[in-house]
Write a protein that binds this ligand. Structure first.
Ligand code: HEC
Length: 228
């Protein structure tokens, strides 16, 4: 009895189990709060105060968004309203969205909400992935707004006969089968002009989310529309 090993002592295993369970519980609670802080949506005041949020507020639709290499982080990051030269957003350069760059927090929020509902009722995820969730039939939409194909140099504005990115995208969403650009065609889903506007706002907002460089190498694919 005198030299019974600790490894065969039941109390040792009971105490270890209690400590590990307790530690894991504390860690999970801490991680939950940390994640909530990281993914909570910002607001309009953040842009004015130069506060960078991982998920910017809805009025991000008033700003120019680009996707630029951050040498510090080793991948592309969304830059909102101009780059300070160090890979941080300046929140200064505006960009008109359907003719306006003064969408209020309520208006922009309502537009995003409409887009989000539209993406659910039309089930975009049945074919596409949003932030990595969904199906793999069609391109990931996380950074679709930043796809150069929709920009002034891309083919979509000329093809749809529109001269802004948002109008070209809205036109495509309303009549995708009129503009087939890919081996697979997106079917007409009966999307109305208002829904299309909301969906484009939803896509523009989504592109501004800092996803740690996901999807990988997006900027180098040169147009998910044409991407194979
Ligand atoms: C039945 C499958 C299907 C559904 C549902 C669908 N799409 Fe698509 N979508 C496609 C395919 C296929 C393409 C590629 C078409 C092409 O390039 O011509 C595409 C292309 C796109 C593009 C261009 C991609 C890019 O990177 O520029 C956008 C934007 C888009 N879809 C948005 C949506 C939205 C928003 C919804 C939901 C309202 C939706 N799609 C629902 C199949 C679908």
């Amino acid at each position: 009895m005198a030299n019974k090993s600790v490894w065969s002592d039941n109390r040792f295993w009971q105490r270890s189990a209690a400590w590990i369970t307790g530690f894991a519980a504390v860690l999970l609670i801490w991680l939950t709060f940390d994640t909530m802080g990281q993914i909570s949506m910002g607001n309009d005041a953040d842009f004015k105060n130069g506060v960078t949020k991982r998920v910017p507020g809805p009025t991000v639709i008033n700003y120019k968004i680009t996707y630029e290499m951050s040498t510090k982080r080793g991948h592309e990051v969304p830059i909102i309203g101009g780059n300070d030269g160090q890979g941080m957003s300046l929140f200064q350069e505006k960009e008109k969205f359907f003719g306006r760059d003064d969408w209020s927090e309520e208006e922009a929020g309502a537009l995003l909400h409409l887009g989000k509902l539209g993406s659910q009722t039309k089930n975009c995820m049945n074919c596409h992935t949003l932030l990595g969730n969904g199906a793999y039939y069609a391109p990931d939409l996380t950074k679709a707004w930043l796809d150069p194909a929709w920009g002034p140099e891309g083919s979509m504005q000329a093809m749809t006969g529109k001269d802004t990115k948002e109008e070209a995208m809205a036109e495509f969403l309303m009549h995708p089968s009129t503009y087939p650009t890919h081996a697979r065609m997106m079917p007409d889903l009966g999307i109305t002009a208002d829904e299309a506007k909301g969906l484009v706002a939803f896509l523009k907002h989504m592109s501004s989310i800092d996803t740690n460089g996901f999807p990988r190498n997006f900027g180098k694919i040169q147009g998910a529309v044409h991407g194979k």
